[in-house]
Design a protein around this ligand. Structure first.
Ligand code: ADP
Ligand code: ASP
Ligand code: MG
Length: 598
């Protein structure tokens, strides 16, 4: 008999009536012939209330006690939901995370799932029960209750669907499905009926709060088809699977993190091991770092900036200061009141000029870009927080997302085993890696890719004003040069540096274009390097897994390989290095991540 997992978010179980409504959906699925596992969140704003209460007691609550506290929210809902199912005449049993046997690591408040026992669930399902499972929680090896991080019930649901080999995991929420951007911010946002795991993973980890990004990692790793659906009507919502929308739009969505903070390390020595040290310090605290930008060094020193989530800020600054102390040179500075806006789309891989269009949109609204970082299917920019909403609206409009042609879902679509022809080799490797995982949320790196066809172009000391990136990249795109990575670090004394990579064959042409595009006043310098290699590790959830960057940069540093540029996305972690070291880097990274078997 097929198993369906249904997850109900906070607003969908906020009141007795809503709980009854959710209970009826579970019963309907059972009556349709499925075994049903329901995963629930805490009711309404319960988790926020508990957090506030803890803050009234102490500014520095113990993470262990936070988990004991927050897990009560979900425990309340499971009991109420089981009772509601009983009153509607069906059998149901509620189970907390520890009762199910969701075993996690020890990282209180951000625990990762190691294993899930399925014996008790199968027994109860076979006895005709609907299981009502508490989302967001598990227990560590010695029995402490742990939680998976805010929004973690999505991850519980998807992980259960994975271990139970469910035919579908439905995420019931308070919107019609996944939209081109948060419909509460942009009224014109359109629902997408279908989106790929990769796009959804990037969107979620770049701020689209509709799904917990780790749940998409599970879904992709274990090929769980997910459907985000409204709990308030019968809408069919959005299918998240291997396939993107067809035809694939260049940009599928815009994501926003309103409260981003920047940490910069200035004047640090430019030598192998610096990036590794920073990643190691952050990984030790499980702080995901994003928008990592290392400026091409000058006079033996480097500047590295990255952004971190608001809650991790104090720890991140402490960690950065520790790093500077070990390096024996440098200064830590930080910036607040910043926002990160990102565009995501599978179609970006095959289209030129997307970055140029993004920068033009921002420039035409007078929004200055403070930092830029790109990935395969995403571009992120850091801007002033007070312009964040303007930026999202403008981008959404300029990329025509309000008019996105949305194909209707296919009638009777097959949910399991969706076949997609893309990257069959990567797929096979990825499957092998997933099958070998000791713990469900362990890092999945399935490939190491070297690209020696690119060249680097760096423009230093550009006068920092709205429109410089727009102008530069428009000219380059119009000249027919396909830009790959772009990084821009924060400006100092009103001047900024932009580095990008392009096909080495286009270097001469590109340099001419750049000279025409930027005003080469006395201070501006233009440098290039065709002797570079781009080396990437590819896999699933690489930016959120703080250990990937740490391992990658440590491996490179152990082999005395200096890093010139860094790019991070959930699909790839990339470093630009000297071409002469490409073979050594590839060998070392293959040994580190892929082991001897592959
Ligand atoms: P739940 O409690 O059901 O888990 P969440 O509040 O976590 O619900 O997620 C749903 C919310 O996500 C929506 O109310 C919406 O404001 C927000 N959201 C952000 N980005 C998007 C997007 N791209 N598509 C749909 N909703 C989004
Ligand atoms: N109740 C938890 C939270 O509010 C988990 C969840 O709802 O997914 O973050
Ligand atoms: Mg949620």
């Amino acid at each position: 008999m097929s198993i369906i997992v249904q997850k109900f978010g906070g607003t969908s179980v906020a009141t007795a009536e809503k709980i009854r409504n959710a209970a009826s959906r579970a019963i309907a699925a059972k009556k349709a012939g499925h075994q049903v596992v329901v995963v629930v969140s805490a009711r309404g704003k319960k988790t926020d209330e508990l957090v506030d209460l803890a803050t009234e007691i102490t500014g520095t609550p113990s993470p262990r006690e936070m988990d004991v506290l927050l897990s009560t929210g979900e425990q309340e809902t499971i009991a109420l939901m089981a009772m509601a199912i009983h009153t509607l005449g069906e059998k149901a049993v509620s189970l907390t995370g520890p009762q199910i046997g969701i075993m996690t690591d020890e990282a209180s408040t951000k625990a990762r799932i190691r294993q899930i026992k399925t014996g008790r669930i199968h027994d109860l399902l076979d006895a005709g029960n609907i299981i009502v499972a508490a989302g967001f929680q598990g227990h560590d090896q010695i029995g402490n209750i742990t939680t998976l991080g805010r929004g973690g019930s999505d991850t519980t649901a998807t992980a259960l669907a994975a271990v139970l080999n469910a035919s579908l995991c439905e995420i019931y929420t308070d919107v019609e499905g996944v939209f081109t951007t948060d419909p509460r911010i942009v009224a014109e946002a359109r629902q997408v009926h279908q989106i790929s795991y990769d796009e959804m993973l990037e969107l979620a980890s770049l701020g689209a709060g509709v799904m917990h990004s780790r749940s998409i990692e599970f879904a992709k790793k274990y090929r769980v088809p997910l459907r985000v659906r409204p709990s308030f009507n019968e809408g069919s919502g959005t299918l998240i699977s291997l396939q993107p929308l067809d035809p694939t739009p260049v940009v599928t969505g815009v994501a926003l993190v309103k409260n981003e903070l920047r940490v910069s390390l200035y004047n640090v020595p430019d030598r192998p091991g610096v990036m590794s040290l920073i990643f190691e310090k952050m990984a030790a605290r499980k702080i995901p770092i994003d928008l990592v930008v290392q400026d091409i060094a000058e006079g033996g020193t480097a500047e590295i900036s990255f952004t971190v989530p608001k809650d991790d800020f104090a720890e991140a600054v402490t960690a950065a200061e520790e790093a500077v102390e070990i390096l024996g040179q440098g200064k830590v500075r930080h910036g607040t009141q910043l926002a990160k806006v990102s565009i995501v789309g599978s179609g970006m891989q095959t289209h030129t000029g997307v970055a140029a269009q993004l920068f033009q949109t921002l420039a035409s609204h007078g929004i200055n870009v403070l930092m830029i970082s790109t990935g395969d299917i995403k571009i992120s920019v850091l801007i002033d927080a007070d312009r964040a909403l303007d930026a999202v609206k403008a981008i959404h409009n300029d990329f025509g997302l309000d008019k996105l042609e949305i194909p209707k879902p296919h009638v009777g679509e097959s949910l399991k085993g969706v076949s997609v022809e893309t990257h069959p080799l990567d797929e096979k490797r990825e499957r092998e890696v997933v099958l070998r995982l000791a713990n469900m949320e362990d890092i999945v790196v399935s490939d190491v890719i070297v690209d020696t066809t690119q060249a680097r172009v760096t423009i230093k000391n550009l006068v920092d004003k709205a429109g410089i990136a727009a102008n530069l990249f428009s000219v380059v795109a119009e000249g027919g040069v396909m830009v790959d990575m772009i990084v821009q670090n924060v400006s100092q004394k009103g001047r900024t540096n932009i580095t990008f990579t392009i096909p080495a064959n286009d270097l001469e042409k590109c340099l001419k274009l750049v000279k025409n595009a930027v005003e080469m006043d006395g201070e501006v310098t233009l440098t290039h390097d065709a002797e570079i290699a781009k080396i990437s590790v590819a896999g699933i959830g690489l930016r959120s897994h703080t250990g990937v960057g740490e391992k990658m940069f440590r491996t490179l540093s152990d082999h005395d390989i200096n890093i010139l540029l860094v790019g991070a996305s959930e699909m790839r972690m990339t470093a630009v290095i000297n071409k002469s070291q490409a073979n050594a880097a590839e060998k070392a990274l293959c040994e580190m991540f892929l082991g001897p078997e592959i």
